[in-house]
Design a protein around this ligand. Structure first.
Ligand SMILES: Cc1cc2nc3c(=O)[nH]c(=O)nc-3n(C[C@H](O)[C@H](O)[C@H](O)COP(=O)(O)OP(=O)(O)OC[C@H]3O[C@@H](n4cnc5c(N)ncnc54)[C@H](O)[C@@H]3O)c2cc1C
Length: 431
């Protein structure tokens, strides 16, 4: 049986790790890791948007520890929100302490009202769901503006089926308690997180390589075409390869367009899948311990970024001694294009505005990268289209894997598990 994995990101690497027979893995870049890669810029190491590890899954946790051995550490999350010129703890709804009194009162009163009416509410989109769940105040002061920045589109276009396990819905008592004092909390799956000590997230990706004894890895080769009737693929190098099973981790709509004999209805479904891109601006700063925070959310429109990830707090070994480093994330889409010719300058102006730096001279390094496929958009078409495409692909022995193959809101752990599950399906067929 010939198995070919497309893409050596977290999902592809974990599929290879779990396949029992010899197989091929094709990756278009020079290095493995996908969005788990890191890049070095003048002795500063930046992840692609900052990648911390957290999981409820035992296999994923064991894998993280086994791959990295001593080269990892865990820490408690210090996640904050900056709005109304004040810092409040994340998540906002549980931590109103620090906001102006009238904002706190509005959030609490509207939360109470939403709670009383929740049973009767029938939200039809994400905006409705936010208001029905948290009330107008929390929506207006954080949830709606922050999510508009992240998803880079009106929230009425989004569904809310994906949100359940991701957002904490507090009780009224918790909202009130969180408005009276600043409580270090343990809410959410990433309240404690792991990270490699040395080498950034890339070291987690590279740690797979010594285990991949049955993998014939082809770097710098891109999947060009898939011919399902002949069960073969063509690469950018001109090579043609036959497959019994194809495990692609490339974005689902991109994959469908590479299938030369894809039916029109499948192409039409692929056209309906929507995503948001994320531009990352990486900055090295000539100051020790810029802040204690791990990351900070910025819901307001006066700064271009929606989140700052403090890369140098993930590990002490990702930047030169005495320096700090951050990544600013800016989502964009045709609804909300990047509006400036010089995004690095705009980020620097934002850093000055929110007081993260005192003067431009503190900046020692700048860098930027764009993640085209950043967030999968959950809208009214997503579920039916993904199911339709998957059914068709399954008939062609194609098992899409990973965040973009499964077209789902996956973190590293889910991407690992997706690769593993697909490998186990292939192993069973081989038995
Ligand atoms: C802004 C942002 C922040 C994130 N932060 C976190 C975080 O803190 N923690 C966390 O757990 N997760 C985080 N994630 C999610 C995480 O990045 C993904 O879950 C994970 O990278 C998905 O792995 P994957 O293998 O499915 O896809 P990818 O990482 O996209 O890997 C796909 C691979 O396929 C290759 N490829 C693409 N096209 C072709 C082709 N035609 N031929 C050959 N190869 C090809 C690519 O080069 C890539 O190596 C974040 C994601 C984003 C966008």
């Amino acid at each position: 049986m010939h198995t070919i994995i497309i893409g050596a990101g977290p999902a592809g690497l974990c599929a290879a790790y779990n396949l029992e027979n010899h197989h091929i893995m094709v990756e278009k870049e020079k290095t493995v890791g996908g969005l788990g890669r890191s890049r070095e810029v003048d002795f500063f190491l930046f992840d692609y948007a900052g990648h911390i590890f957290f999981s409820k899954d035992i296999y994923a946790n064991n894998l993280f520890a086994e791959l990295l051995k001593d080269n990892h550490h865990f820490q408690n999350r210090h996640a904050w929100i900056y709005s109304k010129e004040a810092y409040t703890r994340y998540p906002f709804q549980n931590n109103l302490f620090g906001l102006p009194e009238h904002v706190k009162n509005e959030c609490i009163n509207d939360f109470k009202e939403a709670l009383e009416n929740r049973e009767a509410m029938m939200p039809i989109n994400f905006q409705d769901w936010i208001e029905a769940t948290f009330g107008i105040g929390i929506s207006k002061h954080f949830m709606a503006p922050y999510n508009r920045k992240v998803w880079a589109r009106p929230l009425t276009q989004l569904s809310f089926d994906w949100i359940k396990d991701r957002v904490k819905v507090p009780t009224l008592e918790e909202v009130i308690a969180g408005s009276r004092s600043s409580i270090a909390d343990k809410y959410g799956p990433n309240s404690t997180f792991g990270y490699p000590l040395r080498g950034g997230c890339q070291s987690l990706m590279d740690a797979f390589l010594p285990h991949l004894k049955k993998t014939d890895l082809h770097l710098e080769k891109e999947l060009w075409e898939v011919d399902t009737s002949n069960r073969s693929i063509k690469l950018s190098s001109g090579e043609t390869m036959g497959y019994d099973f194809l495990l692609p981790s490339i974005p689902l709509p991109v994959l469908v367009k590479k299938i030369i004999d894809a039916p029109d209805e499948i192409l039409a479904m692929a056209d309906k899948l929507v995503h948001t891109s994320v531009h990352c601006v990486n900055i090295g700063i000539d100051r020790e311990k810029l802040t204690d925070h791990n990351w900070i959310y910025y819901p307001e429109d006066d700064v271009v970024f929606q989140r700052l990830f403090i890369q140098s707090n993930a590990s002490p070994y990702v930047c030169p001694e005495g320096e700090s480093s951050i990544t600013a994330e800016i989502s964009h889409s045709p609804h909300k294009p990047i509006r400036t010719g010089n995004i690095i300058d705009e980020v620097i102006q934002g850093l000055l505005k929110v007081g993260m730096i005192d003067k431009e001279e503190e900046i020692s390094v700048t860098d930027q990268l764009n993640i085209d496929y950043g967030y999968i958009v959950f809208d009214k078409n997503r579920t039916a289209c993904v199911e339709g495409i998957r059914k068709y692909l399954r008939e062609c022995n194609i098992i899409p894997i990973g965040r973009y193959g499964e077209w789902n809101y996956f973190n590293l752990d889910h991407a690992f598990l997706s690769g593993k599950t697909a490998a186990e399906m292939v192993n069973m067929e081989n038995d």
